[in-house]
Ligand binder design. Structure first.
Ligand code: 9UX
Length: 72
């Protein structure tokens, strides 16, 4: 099945940052869709929980130089 995770993403200041984060997310194994909004600093990610976890997604965003946390 597919789950949807919502993340707050800090450190994005332009549209290129948004494209960069979306590009990172969509390349992760198990991620099926990623939409990031600059105005709200929110990212929504559809993922296969048998392949990747929410924590893995947070770590991938942070490895790319942004701050990330789970929206509960
Ligand atoms: Mo351009 Mo956005 O270097 O942080 S990608 S400002």
């Amino acid at each position: 099945g597919t789950l949807v995770g919502q993340f707050t993403i800090g450190g994005m200041t332009c549209a290129a940052c948004v494209n960069s984060v979306e590009g990172i997310l969509i390349k992760l194994p198990g991620v099926r869709r990623a939409v990031v909004a600059l105005a709200t600093s929110l990212g929504e990610v559809e993922y296969d929980p048998t392949v990747i976890s929410k924590d893995d997604i947070v770590i991938a965003i942070e490895d790319a130089g942004f701050e990330a946390s789970l929206v509960q």
